[in-house]
Design a protein around this ligand. Structure first.
Ligand code: PLP
Length: 437
């Protein structure tokens, strides 16, 4: 929306967006929030968000996947309020919530023996990268085309490079030293040969292979079992660390993360987003032998962060994980709702004769505007991003909020119902027909 559009609009939302642009660059605090006619939002409860002019939207955006139990879930908010009444930030020693959270993560995540807390997924990934380089004494990080691991320099390459790039830049940003970009090497997801080639080209130089086990930042490419197992074998043989970035998949797909589902144990795992149902909490977990390289345990990898492990964020993490542990039906329900929307979208696309294929896993769904099958990054380049943008815009107009970026995913929370899914499918049928015609 241009400033001129906003100036001619007398709605409360337009006034707020105009005011935001005066004091916040672009009016938003994360660039991708600007995509797709941004709104000023004033309320969020359960499966819905409300904008400044009182319009309600059924929310599949879920704050890029941070919301898992629904907005303002009392199961999390009540313990958070109680934590606010307890000890606040002291910055010395340790507090009980930090211990409880780390204990829960260690209990749930197959590869975890210890965990450090962070405030965002990007920080957790930065710690993983630095730890991997220190442990292996090697410089390079191998990531996959299309994978997104936060805004840090070490992972800023080849995030998305389809025609209508979600981020517009590859690397993601200017201001990154060439040396940092050169230290990232890129392979293709689901293609072990591309990984082997990089090991041949850079013998004993690759510190870690990092991947989203399901690359949800390009929708949902499903990993071949042989691919993930092959990565485990190659990294072990080559003396690199295998890092699962479970910032999206962690807790959302299973209490033990995707590693519990695929049965492969990475060396390091990063978490964030859904772990605290919207509160800022993230973590890096791994075996004691690696984690004790952090300076907190007398090692040589700096661990610092004023807000790390703060009681409020820790309380949110504890409450979310406890909820999931006490409600195993959460997974059954969200998986069933995910199947319902994926098969519904597939049926509608078939009926209308549109090249659109639903994808996803569990409670996450995506819609690719391309002929299937979509197995790897190259297939994604066939995506008709313009069709997705039109789909998104028209769904938003009808009160259904999805991620505004093509090749992204949408999220079903504990607060969504079958009726919500059915309403969404009805609207999607009309919108897809209008796009076709
Ligand atoms: N890793 C993955 C897989 C992500 O999707 C993201 C964010 O979208 C991050 C890391 C970075 O997390 P944060 O935005 O909390 O810094």
């Amino acid at each position: 929306m241009t400033s001129a559009d906003l100036a001619g609009d007398s709605s409360t939302g337009a006034k707020l967006l105009t005011a935001a642009r005066e004091v916040i660059p672009g009016g938003v605090n994360s660039a991708t929030r600007l995509v797709g006619a941004p709104h000023a939002l004033t309320g969020a409860s359960g499966a819905y968000v409300t904008d400044a002019d009182g319009r309600r939207y059924l929310d599949y955006h879920a704050a890029f996947g941070a919301i898992l139990l629904g907005h303002s879930a009392p199961e999390v908010d009540d313990p958070v309020r109680a934590a606010i009444g307890g000890i606040d930030l002291v910055g010395w020693g340790v507090t009980e919530p930090e211990i409880d959270l780390a204990r829960l993560v260690v209990e749930m995540i197959p590869s975890a023996e210890q965990m450090i807390s962070a405030m965002s997924g990007s920080e957790a990934v930065a710690q993983a990268v630095r730890l991997a380089r220190a442990v292996t004494d090697r410089p390079l990080i191998l990531k996959f085309q299309g994978g997104f691991h936060g805004w840090q320099d070490a992972v800023a390459r080849n995030v998305i490079s389809s025609a209508e790039s979600a981020y517009g830049l590859d690397p993601l940003s200017r201001g990154i030293l060439d040396g940092a970009l050169d230290a990232t090497v890129i392979a293709e997801f689901n293609d072990l040969d591309s990984v082997r080639e990089l090991y041949d080209r850079y013998p004993e130089r690759i510190a870690a292979v990092i991947l989203e086990p399901i690359p949800h930042n390009v929708g949902a490419l499903l990993p071949d079992a042989a691919f993930i197992e092959g990565l485990r074998t190659i990294t072990s043989e080559q003396g690199s660390l295998l890092v699962f970035d479970e910032v999206i998949t962690g807790f959302r797909h299973a209490l033990g993360g995707y590693q519990q589902i695929c049965g492969v144990r990475p060396d390091l795992t990063t978490f964030g987003k859904a772990m605290g149902n919207g509160y800022p909490i993230a973590g890096l977990a791994g075996p004691r032998g690696l984690m004790e390289r952090f300076s907190s345990a007398g090692g040589d990898v700096l661990l610092a962060g004023t807000f790390n492990g703060n009681p409020v964020s820790s309380a949110a993490g504890i409450a979310t994980i406890n909820y999931l542990r006490d409600h195993p039906e959460f997974y059954e329900r969200t998986y069933a709702l995910g199947d319902r929307i994926r098969s519904g979208l597939g049926a509608i696309a078939g009926e209308l004769g549109i090249h659109a294929v639903p994808a996803g896993f569990g409670g996450v769904f995506a819609l690719y505007f391309a002929e299937g099958p979509i197995r790897g990054y190259r297939d994604l380049l066939r995506d008709n991003d313009e069709a997705y943008i039109a789909f998104h815009r028209r769904m938003t107009d009808r009160g259904f909020l999805m991620l505004p970026l093509a090749l992204k995913r949408n999220h079903i929370s504990a607060a969504h119902t079958e009726a919500d899914i059915d309403r969404t499918l009805e609207a999607a049928r009309d919108v897809l027909r209008s796009i076709r015609d």
